[in-house]
Design a binder for this molecule. Sequence first.
Ligand code: SF4
Length: 707
Amino acid sequence: MNPSTGDFKARVRVALKDRHLAQALGRARDGFVLKRRKAVDARPDFEALRDRGVAIRDHTLDHLEDYLDQFIRAFEAQGGQVHRAADAEQARRIVLDICAQADARRVTKGKSMVAEEVGLNEALDDDGYDRVETDLGEYIIQLAQETPSHIIAPAVHKTREQITELFHTHHQELGFKERTTSIPGLVNEARSVLRERFLTADVGITGANFLVAENGASVIVTNEGNGDLTATLPRVHVTVTGIEKVVPTLEDMTTLLRLLGRSATGQAMTSYTTLSTGPRRGDDLDGPLAHHVVLVDNGRSGMLTDPRYRAMLRCIRCGACLNHCPVYGAIGGHAYGWVYPGPMGSVLTPLNRGLANAPDLPQACTLNGHCAEVCPVKIPLPEMLRGLREYQFEQRVVGRGSRWGGWLWGQMASRPGLYRSVARWSARTLAWLGRGKGVLRRLPMASGWFSGGRYLPVPEGRSFMEMWGKGGGVPDSPLTPTPLPGGERGSGPQATGFSDDLPSPRGGEGSGMRGVAGRVPEFPLTRTPLPGGERGSMDTMEAFQAGLEQVGGTVEWIEQPDDIPRYLSGFMRQQGLRGPLVVAPALAYLDWAGAGLEPRFGPAQGDETVGLSRAVCGVGETGTLVLTSGADDPTTLNFLPEYHLVVLSSADVVDCLEDAWTRLRAQGQPWPRTVNLITGPSRTADVEQTIQLGAHGPRSLRVLLIR
Ligand code: SF4
């Protein structure tokens, strides 16, 4: 799909008149902005985290091929297969070939913007596959035959009433005869419909938020758990992702995770972060038989060599720039015409599709600078957009009126005296024209500007310079100077804190899985304030419990492992649950019959009410559980049952994720096929930004903490 000038302006006009869209965007914007603000304020070292995030991303981009090579070798050593796609056509061909070789009929998909970028959905549909989008937002827009309008909330533009009608139209033949109008009802209905599709899929396709070079892990970050069901249940798992997603180490990924959750949804950690390192191992009880990673270039190498736009490859797709953009907030995502909307899309689309195909997007910006202020990896989006505008001006690809206006502005701006006079005159004239009105809705010779409900607040009658000169309450400029790509960064690796004589990433192989350790300057971890007071006033255990409870999980103290069956029997009786109960084989040694229970031991089948698994670690920083797959620990237990209970020894609660990685490394090779970081029950906010538990995975998460 190529955006075009005419299309963009027409779409903007339509969007500005859509009152449902305005309502949905207003609700989403307020929610995202407030949640991010709260999460960022709770982390006093957030600015330092951003700096470190920038350093990690820039360093990785400086050595991209080395880290990709390291990732590929680690992933293939664990049985995975890597494919490199130079462009969208190759990416589609590779995935279609994998589906054909798997003799697939039904293909489930987790949310993947790269899959959207390469047109994979249409290709799968054209080849006759039963494609099922499993992220609730993506499922809604699949039913509506639309494209995502936000990179993390694809159906943000849909109201509850619209979703009710969509479900009523498409689910009647599945037995849902009545219209479902409540948000919990809609989420439950989607859960029921999609559960059967998860269980019968042949191929599952997901994206990846990160690829870890150190251990060959592809990492997905979700709240619903649909990504895990998509990756675990089908015979074949395909990860489709961009080459820039690679990071050197687990610690680097952890820093970016801290930035991603807070910037995207205001969460310290999303419910599920999963590291997958290949197909099912010989003694695994579940997981895909084959795992492919498709590394998509599609213009990224070109951006890498262009110092002006290279920093765009730092993007971790958090969506914060969209949420804080007044233009996106007014017109929504579809008006941008391609998969990436908002400020990041206004840069990415012209770079990827060609400026000639998206000439209006660099202009779809007020240059207020808010996007750069909130971007967790400090991408100078306004400067990039201004650069694209300058290029358009130089190439004379903008209309005569705009060029003339730009020239006139340049003449004025380079003559301070003239500029001040014109600004003074304009402020007074506009104030006089709008006297007593509050806002201006029309101006002589500018009627086009006011189309689609636009208006201009009436100025005070004094120019900015007049107010500034008198010290008269001028607010701080929202523009924060940010380094230009290729500008200050041009001073080389030192600019990001790396030294020139660092060992090459490959040079560290001999030092084991952490072969690239030592590159990133040491960065002191600060303690994270949690509800109930500063994190420093809590011990690790209290912080773990508080973190888990904050996200809807619960903790139950158990004296000793032998007490678990009796506790579970009482819990099920109290909750009115009959089972089936499925238990990790690792816990089969307990006296279940003595407690009157007859659990299944092994992977979950999809009909279980209660699942019991064990965690290798708990993380105090965020209340996160760390679970690994293996012969005695099936992954499906963590996602299919409605009630998920997890056994954790209190001796295994560590301070932060870095400590968990140290423990896992100490276990030696091989790295587990899957590492699940679980921080609360499954959740979604895809219907009117209202949080509902139990989107696809467990509705309830309870930790049995052994003293
Ligand atoms: S450009 Fe920055 S704020 Fe926007 S999605 Fe990317 S990382 Fe997030």
